[in-house]
Design a protein around this ligand. Structure first.
Ligand code: AP5
Length: 205
């Protein structure tokens, strides 16, 4: 089995923002369970509609749904040399399932305090044409595309608070789980995007 990387951190930590550079540096495709669930929802699949109930309010989608999604994704040709997981695993059950189908050699944990998270999430905007992530204050979009930007339905303060509760109770314990396996590396996510990127790049070297 080939070597995969996990990008780990609370909602809004900057996982999606940093993923592109890691993909470019490693050649591994990004596998984001959040993006996969949103794509399923946009396609109107049963899985997408079921996931929507959880996503809209900020709760985790059940483990069996996510594990099935990842098992299928790892069968695809581009996953044979390992992938960059973004937003997966999010529970110890998911991590145990992952260990049976992939070898994770590095977990990059982007650490950001809760007080910075709400501002980041509520100000996030996405370009539906390119998938590019912007922020109204920290990364404003060029003015010629600003009219087409969208805001995720779960990027509101109430859902973010629920996502943070889910993160601390169900996902954060995974950091220790991976640390015990000697593969957890942390970066300070509470600084500029370029500085976070530089710390990650050092880890990859
Ligand atoms: P998902 O899509 O994975 O959302 P998330 O983990 O909550 O992460 P985000 O995408 O919100 O944040 P990010 O870390 O990528 O931050 P970004 O780079 O965009 O999951 C959504 C939902 O799907 C979940 O709530 C759950 O329901 C379900 N789900 C998904 N995976 C699941 C799983 N494995 N198990 C169960 N359920 C699952 O940055 C955020 C903003 O901050 C942007 O505007 C960006 O421009 C800005 N920013 C980034 N870095 C910085 C910086 N250094 N300084 C200032 N601003 C910054």
């Amino acid at each position: 089995m080939s070597e995969s990387i996990v990008l780990f951190g609370p909602p809004g930590a900057g996982k999606g923002t940093q993923a592109e550079a890691i993909v470019n540096a490693t050649g591994k495709p990004q596998v984001s369970t959040g993006d996969m669930l949103r794509a399923a929802l946009n396609a109107g699949t049963t899985l997408g509609l079921e996931a929507k109930k959880y996503m809209d309010v900020g709760e985790l989608v059940p483990d069996e749904v996510i594990i099935g999604l990842i098992a299928d994704r790892m069968q695809e040709d581009d996953a044979c040399d390992g992938v960059l997981f973004d937003g997966f695993p999010r529970t110890i059950i998911q991590a145990e399932a992952l260990a049976k189908i992939a070898v994770v050699t590095l977990v990059i944990s982007i650490e950001v305090p809760d007080e910075s998270i709400v501002e980041r999430i509520v100000g996030r905007r996405m370009d539906p044409e390119t998938g590019e992530i912007y922020h109204v204050n920290f990364r404003p979009a060029p003015s010629d595309i600003s009219s087409r930007l969208i805001q995720r339905k779960d990027d509101n303060e109430e859902a973010v608070r629920t996502r943070l509760v889910a993160y601390h109770s169900q996902t954060a314990p995974l950091a220790e789980w991976y640390d015990q396996r000697g593969i957890l590396k942390t970066v300070n996510g509470n600084q500029g995007m370029a500085e976070v990127g530089a710390e990650i790049s050092q880890l990859l070297d």
